[in-house]
Design a protein around this ligand. Sequence first.
Ligand code: PMP
Length: 388
Amino acid sequence: MSRPLLMIPGPIDVTDEVLAAMSRPVFSHVDPAFITIFGQVLKDTRTIFQVGDDYQPFVVAGSGTLAMDSAVANLVEPGDRVLVIETGYFGRRMADICQRYGGEVDMLVAAPGDTISAEQVAIQLQQADYDLVALTHVDTSTGVVTDAQGIAAAANDAGALIIVDGVCATAAEEMRQQDWGVDVYLTASQKAIGLPPGLALWVVSPSGLAKWRERTTPVGSYYSDWSLWLPIMESYEGLRPSYFATPPVNLVVALHTSLQQILQEGVEEVYTRHRLMSDAVKAGVSAMGMGQVPTAADHAAHTLTCPRFPAGVNAGLLGHVRANGAILAGGLHPMIKTEYFRIGHMGAVSANAILATLGAVETGLRQSGYAVEPGISLAAAQAVLAEH
Ligand code: PMP
């Protein structure tokens, strides 16, 4: 039997080309061929994040949490006032990291499935002199997408820096870091970027770099300190050998392949395709009679769908769906964990994979004792796909 589809919101199935790139013989980290590849990866990262040459990309061994840690460790000094927007599990993590580095944290917390608007943030920014605002572009625990553009504009108006956690959004949800005025946009390799887990990526604006240079206290983390990583990134881009900590060479080579695949398709086309796949899954979920965690369609993310279990069905459904060929994820938001499940649809996910997944869910629902007409979700999804 073929292996099940990995349809969780990260890590995701990767393309055959990325798998092949991973299995190339290991490079020395100072091999001129590897230096050239790393240099190109940094340039391609700028293109995908839509920033100019004065923005600095970092690509470092670690997970998304390292990217969050690094952004905060370098930009928050003890006593800085930070406003964290929490739209789920990962906002809470961001607040914890800010507190760990001495930030005085205030939070705007959305009810599960809700978002926080740019207007709410603008009002809060009048209450105190904030140094920094942080938000999660797509919170993977709720499937909520937040108005990063509007909130970044509010932060810029208030003279605060802004960090956006794009781990579940990069290369899938519309994002223009420079136009939107985002100081750090951060992500990880295992979602729409299309790699296995293992790389943290973040891009810093000129104002973010300036604030970091003006620090009066040392960065409280050794591995996250930009002063150790910046010369390395500059060297790779300048095609010079360098060393601080050994890069995961095979992952960097695979990243080169996946970024090239994204650029060949076109960043705008990639956004459109994610929208289409998401619309198809959401239509299928609705056709099966399930609600979703996001409280309105206009703040439902396009990288994952969070269906609510129908009455009488629980997480046992996921075992059936897995046996039917698709691996899905359970709930993550602590307040509603048992009430919903999550379907990821990022990266090179195909329409066929989506239809197979919906079919596996339909059958699983029937096996769980919930009556659903065979094929009803497939018809709804196919109608969406056919419109395009
Ligand atoms: N932020 C978001 C929005 C995420 O989805 C995740 C991972 N699911 C993280 C941060 C943390 O990333 P990692 O698990 O790679 O450390």
